[in-house]
Design a protein around this ligand. Structure first.
Ligand SMILES: O=C1O[C@H](COP(=O)(O)O)[C@@H](O)[C@H](O)[C@H]1O
Length: 236
């Protein structure tokens, strides 16, 4: 199946999806390090990627990734302290980052001060990381909520400003305050991998597959060089 913005690969079980994702992430990391000496990855939170993160922390995937050359950023973050149960940073730290030899300075959590100041500061750190090149992640891994949101870009949130990172107020999914990378930044990535799990998301994926002009945020992530890849386990 193809989606208007990419290729859809259906997997029979959550474990199969995690293994497929881990293999693809490791391959992209290897290619990025071979090409330009580092692997810049913007990852997501939510429930779906947990199995993949746990798998990446184990052999053989753990050894395939050069963690010393890997830099981890956050495609979105809930505006809570980093030790809060809702924090995407905490999730990534507990399930993956604390189990692999990634240097502390290679993990780039969002600052949590005030929403606008944090968005501005995070945008600055993304720009500084890639300078003098324009910001371009080797990989962005994203999820899709049952309303079609991705990162913290929600349906109806049409104006996220012209920046690379935006503060989100009144998110329909708690917590209400969030930070998110915008389409402008996400769509510059070399690779985008969606991890989608749950029967409640099957119809949404059909909608995105059928409609190039979908208003659903997840369908608006489009790359110029290659299709977005959707790994989907949609049966219950
Ligand atoms: O709130 C969020 O939700 C999305 C989707 O999560 P999932 O549990 O349905 O996979 C996630 O991608 C995003 O990072 C997170 O902040």
């Amino acid at each position: 199946m193809t989606a208007a913005n990419g290729e859809v690969i259906r997997l029979p079980t959550p474990a199969a999806m995690a293994a497929e994702a881990a293999g693809r992430i490791a391959a992209i990391a290897e290619a990025a390090v071979a090409d330009h000496g580092y692997f810049a990855w913007a990852l997501s939170g939510g429930n779906t990627p947990v199995a993949t993160y746990r798998m990446l922390a184990q052999s053989p995937w753990r050894e395939r990734i050069d963690w010393g050359r890997t830099h981890v950023f956050f495609a979105d973050e809930r505006f809570v302290p980093h030790d809060h149960a809702d924090s995407n940073y905490r999730l990534a730290e507990e399930t993956l980052l604390s189990h692999v030899p990634i240097p502390a300075q290679n993990v780039h959590p969002t600052p949590i001060t005030t929403p606008e100041a944090s968005a501005e500061a995070y945008e600055r750190s993304v720009l500084d990381f890639f300078a003098p090149q324009p910001p371009r992640f080797d990989l962005v891994t994203l999820g899709m909520g049952p309303d079609g949101h991705t990162a913290s870009l929600f349906p109806g949130m049409d104006d996220v400003g012209g920046g690379l990172v935006a503060a989100v107020h009144n998110s329909p999914k708690p917590p209400p305050l969030r930070l998110t990378m915008t389409y402008r930044l996400l769509n510059e990535a070399r690779h985008v991998l969606f991890l989608v799990s749950g029967a409640d998301k099957a119809a949404l994926l059909e909608q995105i597959a059928a409609n190039a002009d979908t208003p659903l945020p997840a369908g608006k992530v489009v790359l110029s060089e290659r299709p977005v890849v959707w790994l989907a386990h949609l049966s219950g």
